[in-house]
Design a protein around this ligand. Structure first.
Ligand SMILES: CC(C)(COP(=O)(O)OP(=O)(O)OC[C@H]1O[C@@H](n2cnc3c(N)ncnc32)[C@H](O)[C@@H]1OP(=O)(O)O)[C@@H](O)C(=O)NCCC(=O)NCCS
Length: 292
């Protein structure tokens, strides 16, 4: 009897991500070292659409999700294949399925290093780097600049104004995603002259809390909108995904003892995604690396 055996290859089929047990999705993200909890997957399945690559006995070997915002735009995330099956074509096949389902929408995503060449070969262009700042928040937080405006907890009616501000910063309306995020988040707004000029959300995610989205027109406003949440998280794990590596906002994160743990690359296919303008609202903190 030989000491080795060659296994027969098996076929994977695409199924709707809502049809599988969340435990299988959790096992998939754990296998690639991602911090998503089953709850995080549940949230993502409510916020977007997705497919999984499943074998004949229901085991999940890969996933890909897309989050359409209107008819012209979608973000892509949660593109994962289990280590055992990587570099055998599953990732590319999943992306081709996503393209079919997204039609001719403009697309954006945040690519890990592992996926970068795959996305380049699929026609995505590099736009910016995203820094994943995270860690246990310092027990005593750094001083903040003078506040220009008023920080408040928004009322339900303010959500419309928040969504309109977010659209100016993000480039597309993502009202549905913001409504879902707001269900489980604490939200802070910054108002000047009776108008909301910035907002931020904090919610549970992965190993602790994520602060994002953070939308503001300058670093000082962004610091205040972040500090409000960090104050409640001293000694606990927090994460901010941002395109800021230097400057007052990045310095503030660093002085709060968050550190850059990883970088990912914002890429787009079709129309360019990012369009930063001085003194205009800008997404300082992403809603999350997977949802942009
Ligand atoms: C990135 C990932 C989804 C690719 O999936 P996959 O099933 O290996 O993809 P494919 O087999 O279709 O390979 C696609 C291309 O990427 C290359 N590739 C795969 N893994 C790679 C790696 N770790 N580093 C560099 N290139 C890699 C393949 O060689 C292939 O190139 P080719 O078509 O020119 O030969 C998978 O490696 C993964 O899940 N990684 C961990 C999670 C992650 O980073 N997800 C991406 C989120 S943006």
């Amino acid at each position: 009897m030989g000491r080795s055996v060659r296994l027969k290859s098996f076929e994977l089929v695409a199924r709707d991500i809502r049809e599988v047990d969340v435990k299988l999705l959790h096992a998939l993200s754990l296998a690639v070292g991602w911090p998503h909890r089953p709850k995080d997957w549940d949230f993502l399945r409510r916020a977007g659409q997705g497919i999984v690559a499943v074998d004949g006995i229901g085991r999940v070997f890969g996933s890909a999700m897309w989050f359409p915002h209107g008819r012209k735009f979608a973000t892509i995330g949660l593109v994962l294949t289990s280590p055992r099956t990587q570099a055998q074509g599953t990732g590319r096949w999943l992306m081709e399925q996503v393209f079919e389902r997204c039609g001719n929408r403009n697309l954006t995503l945040n690519s890990t290093d592992a996926a970068y060449h795959l996305y380049l070969s699929l026609g995505f262009m590099k736009e910016a780097v995203v820094y994943l700042w995270q860690g246990e928040v310092a027990s005593s937080l750094p001083a903040v600049p003078v506040l220009d405006g008023e920080l408040m907890s928004p009322s339900a009616e303010d959500l419309k104004e928040i969504a309109a501000l977010d659209e100016r910063a993000f480039g597309t309306s993502r009202q549905k995603l913001l409504a879902l995020l707001s269900e489980g988040a604490s939200i802070c707004t910054l108002s000047r002259g009776g108008e909301i000029v910035g907002y931020s959300m904090k919610r549970e995610f992965g190993r602790g809390h994520v602060i994002g989205p953070i939308v503001a027109s300058n670093d000082c406003d962004a610091i205040h909108l972040t500090a409000v949440h960090l104050k409640e998280l001293t000694g606990r794990f927090a994460r901010v995904d941002t395109r800021e590596q230097t400057g007052l906002f990045a310095d503030y994160l660093q002085q709060s003892r968050l550190g850059i743990s990883e970088t990912v690359t914002t890429m787009s296919k079709g129309k360019r995604f990012l369009n930063r303008k001085e003194n205009e609202p800008w997404v300082y903190g992403l809603a999350g690396h997977a949802v942009s």
